[in-house]
Design a protein around this ligand. Structure first.
Ligand code: SF4
Length: 233
């Protein structure tokens, strides 16, 4: 099945516990004021991928010790059938990884799935619920710039971290009211693929208030002048 994504990254360490594979879906109609990811809004932006390609990345991440998978966006529930297929396949692969670990008597915890959506729970129709069937936890709700929060992995105080499985309850219970400590943003600089093509700096995570301006200065001091910023109209 085809799927439109904005990007992927491993290891992601700022959206969920441990070292994770991050997958950002492309397309979001919710247009929250203050969104830092405006480049993910256009449904025809990003690049076309396939569920199979993402599952290859997940298999590779598991081989490299991934502790979880985070799906964000954009709005993942805008491509609910593709998300459902991706998480179902990812679930089979983590079962296989668990079996191999058991056979080899290697220590390690089962990887968890965390999904970010701007849709509130009462907006989850049957297709969206099906897509979240394998999600161990969901961060739900629009980003509201006027409601800042220090809660870890949430962008605004209204957003709720909702464990949905036994694994999700066990892994996320300690974080439900935990305030962020340590870096909340990971900076990944990607060189232009062709000569003359601009580099891109990706800020992965949920920045605290004022942190984006800090990183603009920080990148500038390292010789990276930003021509476009995904958090500015
Ligand atoms: S914050 Fe999330 S839900 Fe809101 S516009 Fe940005 S990508 Fe969409």
């Amino acid at each position: 099945m085809r799927i439109r994504i904005s990007g992927t990254h491993f290891p992601l360490e700022t959206l969920g516990p441990g070292r994770r594979l991050g997958v950002w879906f492309q397309g979001c109609p919710l247009a929250c004021a203050g969104c830092m990811s405006r480049h993910t809004w256009a449904a025809d932006g990003g690049r076309e991928s396939s569920v199979g390609e993402l599952l290859d990345l997940w298999r590779d991440a598991l081989d490299r010790g991934a502790e979880g998978l985070t799906v964000s966006g954009g709005e993942p529930l805008e491509q609910a059938p593709a998300l459902a297929e991706f998480l179902a396949g990812a679930d089979l692969l983590r079962d296989a990884a668990d079996r191999v670990r058991e056979e080899e008597a290697r220590p390690g915890a089962r990887a968890d799935f965390l999904v970010y959506t701007g849709y509130e729970q009462d907006e989850w129709d049957p297709d969206r619920l099906r897509a979240l069937r394998h999600a161990d936890a969901v961060v739900a709700g629009r980003f509201r710039v006027a409601e800042p929060t220090a809660l870890v992995w949430r962008g605004s105080a209204n957003q709720r971290l909702l464990p949905r499985t036994a694994l999700g309850r066990a892994r996320y219970a300690p974080h439900l009211s935990r305030r962020a400590a340590g870096p909340s943003v990971q900076v990944v600089v990607e060189a232009g693929r062709k000569p003359g093509e601009a580099s891109a700096a990706h800020l992965l995570g949920v920045p605290a208030r004022g942190e984006l301006a800090f990183y603009e200065r920080w990148l500038g001091e390292r010789g990276l002048r930003l021509r476009e910023r995904s958090w500015r109209p």
